[in-house]
Design a protein around this ligand. Structure first.
Ligand SMILES: C[S@@+](CC[C@H](N)C(=O)[O-])C[C@H]1O[C@@H](n2cnc3c(N)ncnc32)[C@H](O)[C@@H]1O
Length: 231
């Protein structure tokens, strides 16, 4: 995967930013962006700084307050709206969005199919959804590596909180009428390497993540999966 973003890039989010940067460059104009479950604005603020019109939707007043504060500190405009992904259609005009983000949210919503449909409905034709989900395989391996075999086995059976693999995540988005264009692994090794090694050479870690992100089987053991899907 080619490296295209420098500012703010880290091994934790560099793969996602690379895909987003390519999408922004492809459009070549300021986009209407909605970050659903955008939290404290880790993605929304840099996108607003880059000149895009960003709305952050989140049910947490604390997250919204933090995001609003960060936007003020950065001297950028951010529209912060309190609400659930499930109710997106009441908050955002259908068919009006160029890029909708839904990162680390589909695991915790009541009905992921309803949310996937809401993401799709928010997009104008040709718009894109950037979706990050927790990867079950990574959770299984992490428990096993920590010696928690019973927990690993339970996760392997599909128990515990909602998680995905590349196929089930793609099927969820496809069922909402979105066309998955790319799937990348996020944090293939970033959560595995000893902290000391990561701190010693963060560039090497980032380069590794970018190189492994699209390559099965490495992609498929990453902590998270990032999908870019088009309306
Ligand atoms: C793990 S954080 C992810 C934050 C951000 N998207 C990121 O990737 O850094 C999950 C976020 O989803 C929000 N959230 C929880 N339930 C939600 C729902 N039903 N609809 C939308 N967002 C929700 C939480 O308040 C929190 O900010």
């Amino acid at each position: 995967m080619e490296r295209t973003l420098s500012r703010g890039q880290s091994a934790r989010t560099g793969v996602v930013w690379n895909v987003l940067r390519a999408e922004l460059e492809r459009a070549g104009r300021p986009l209407r962006v909605v970050d659903v479950g955008g939290g404290t604005g880790g993605f929304a603020i840099p996108l607003a700084e880059a000149g895009h019109a960003v709305t952050l939707v989140d049910p947490s007043p604390d997250a919204l307050a933090a995001a609003t504060r960060r936007a003020a500190d950065a001297n950028v405009r951010l529209t912060a709206v309190q609400g659930d992904a499930d109710g997106l259609a009441e908050l955002i005009e259908p068919g009006s969005v160029d890029l909708v983000l839904c990162h680390a949210v589909l695991e915790i919503v009541d009905d992921p199919h309803q949310v996937a449909a809401a993401l799709a409905a928010s997009l104008r034709p040709g718009g894109a959804a950037s979706v990050v989900v927790a990867n079950r395989a990574a959770a299984v391996l992490a428990r096993a590596a920590a010696g928690r075999i019973d927990e690993a086995a339970a996760l392997l059976r599909g128990e515990g909180r909602r998680r995905y693999d590349a196929q089930t995540a793609a099927a969820l988005l496809s069922s909402a009428g979105l066309r998955v264009e790319a799937t990348h692994g996020v944090r293939v090794i970033a959560d595995l390497v000893p902290g000391q090694a990561a701190d010693a050479d963060p560039e090497a870690l980032l380069e590794f993540e970018l190189a492994a992100a699209a390559l099965p089987p490495y992609r498929d053991i990453a902590t998270q999966l990032h999908l870019l899907a088009r309306a």
